[in-house]
Design a binder for this molecule. Structure first.
Ligand code: ZN
Ligand code: ZN
Length: 221
């Protein structure tokens, strides 16, 4: 969840998000969701969130439908609209999206289905979220000089090339180094193995601070 300019914005909404989110805000305070793509691990809780919006609007606790932004390149986009309770908004993958004072730009990933990384800027600060992708030099461009880079790190280095469309921890470190970012956080972690290995593999490529994403961690820019 990104909090800025009095807005609460989710970047992707995988399984477990709806439950965890309620530890931090009441659901009626969620303003928008911005989705990188429509694989289940990024949208599994969207349907439940739409029902939550329905309940809150029917009870009068929420006035406006939940706005869900996504790309328009496959049919799943249409399902982001749910009656009058959530609204699908397509983002221009080559343009800008403004939410309050936040400016979003996007970069096309290399993934089995269309997927986009995003750069979010405000007052000369930049947060970059690299979602599912194989290596492409475009990642270095979108991450350039970021204050905080959240980068997918699905694979230990020894699995490079074994699962198409994903980065290793070493590649995440290499992107952070080439883009000269200030802080790297590895997310989209494998559900097996020793995550400390990911840290070690990223640190071989990047000298700056590296952390693993964990539930409840906060970063302030
Ligand atoms: Zn994916
Ligand atoms: Zn994924």
């Amino acid at each position: 969840m990104l909090q800025a300019d009095h807005l609460n914005i989710l970047l992707d909404c995988g399984s477990g998000v709806l439950t965890l989110l309620q530890n931090y805000i009441d659901l009626e305070r969620l303003d928008a969701v911005v989705l990188s793509h429509y694989h289940w691990d990024h949208i599994a809780d969207i349907g439940c969130l739409q029902y939550a919006s329905r309940v809150l609007m029917d009870l009068g606790k929420r006035e406006k439908p939940l706005v869900i932004y996504g790309h328009t390149e496959d049919e799943h986009f249409e399902r982001l609209t749910y009656l009058s309770y959530s609204e699908a908004h397509g983002f221009d993958t080559a343009g800008e999206l403004k939410l309050g004072d936040l400016q979003f730009t996007f970069s096309r990933n290399v993934h089995p289905d269309p997927c986009f990384s995003m750069r979010i800027e405000k007052n000369e600060k930049a947060l970059v979220y690299i979602a599912d992708t194989e290596w492409t030099d475009d990642l270095v461009n979108i991450a350039q000089g970021a204050d905080l880079l959240l980068c997918e790190s699905s694979l230990y280095d020894e699995f490079i090339g074994k699962i198409p469309g994903h980065l290793t921890a070493g590649e995440a470190g290499a992107i952070a180094a080439a883009a000269d970012v200030k802080h790297l956080v590895l997310n989209h972690l494998p559900h097996f193995g020793n995550h400390n290995m990911l840290l070690a593999q990223a640190r071989k490529k990047f000298n700056g601070p590296v952390e693993l994403a964990t539930t409840g961690k906060f970063w302030e820019l």
